[in-house]
Every structure is written in C-alpha cells, then in structure tokens.
Design a protein around this ligand. Sequence first.
Ligand code: GAR
Length: 197
Amino acid sequence: MLKVVVCVSGGGTNLQAIIDSIKSGELENTEIVEVISNNAGAYALERAKLAGIKGKCVSPKDYENREQFNEAFLAELKASGADLIVLAGFLVVIPEIVIKEYRGKIINIHPSLIPSFCGTGYYGLKVHEAALERGVKITGATVHYVDEGTDTGPIIMQKAVEVMEGDTPKILQQRVMEQAEWIILPKSIGMIAKGAK
Ligand code: GAR
C-alpha cells in the first residue's frame, strides 16, 4: 500500500480528486495518511476532515525562521510514514533537506504544459493569465517529480486542453482542472502505486 501525504494551500480540488479516485476504486493500492497545509484556513483541510483524513497546519508563520519551519515540515513528513509526497496546489518552496530525504518521492501538479508558463512566479491563476496573454491555443497540465529547481523535475504525465474564444483566466483554470489536472494527478499516483508493495 502506497502511503501518501498530500500538501495543499487552498481549495483542495486536486486533493478531492485523489480522495474520490480512491473511494471509487479507480486509484488502487493507495492511502492518504495525512494532509498538510501551510494555511490553517485552507478549505482543503475541511475536505480532509470530511473524508476522515488527518489534517495538519505547518506554517512558516508559526516558526521563528525558515530553518525551523523546514525542520518541522520534514519531521511531520517523517512521522507520517509517507512513501510519496503529493504537492497539490502547495505554494511553499520545498526545503532542500526535504528534497534530499525524499528524492524521487515528491510529485507536483502544475497547470500548464511544462516547459511553458512555469518556474518562479507562475502559480494558480497567474499561469492562465500568462497563457491567455501569449495567445496559445492549447494549454494543459503536467505532473512531474520535484527537484531543487522550480518545475524542473522529470515529467510523469501531461494532458492538453484547448483554449476557447472568450476564455477568462478563471474559465480556463476550471477547464484545465476538469479536463486535465483531476485526471492526470490520480493517474500518476496510480502508476507509482503499481510499483509499491
Ligand atoms: C491547481 O490548479 C494547481 O495546478 C495549482 O494550484 C491549483 C490548486 O488548486 N498549482 C500551481 O500553480 C503550482 N505551481 P486546488 O487547491 O483546487 O487543487
């Protein structure tokens, strides 16, 4: 059974997609052991609660300095017994000590076709704003392994989504979530879980 920790900062619709895929039986051999948020008010924590999953807030704001937060974040992950860490809209830069400890065991969902519209400053709605500004006709989402860079790790899965006439960033964001993110994130976890004991 693959033990997964999901890290979130906001609404948690990707977390919900994972929860639903496990419930429906589509995502096998996987258990979410904990949801960690840097934001105590994140609706994602409510989703965890509703699904009977342990939720915890570990916020840089609650520590004197970044180093202390990094240590606390790593300690929380270790205590969870996680085999895989899933970043599902987690807007905190992953500390190097965590990347070292979990190399090849951290994956992230990004709302564009990497290498387009990714890297520092490209997150959430900003990604879709940039895609519309550039006038691309196709966008999508990417699941990739996390390394020391921002959105630079090996790509696991991608799915393309059409941009439509009259799209706003919000409309496009919703379509990318529905047609790509909520599909390829559980699928990628499933692929990894197939190789787990
Ligand atoms: C998702 O669109 C995810 O791809 C994006 O944040 C959103 C979180 O939504 N992540 C990034 O932009 C990371 N660079 P959710 O909380 O509803 O899953």
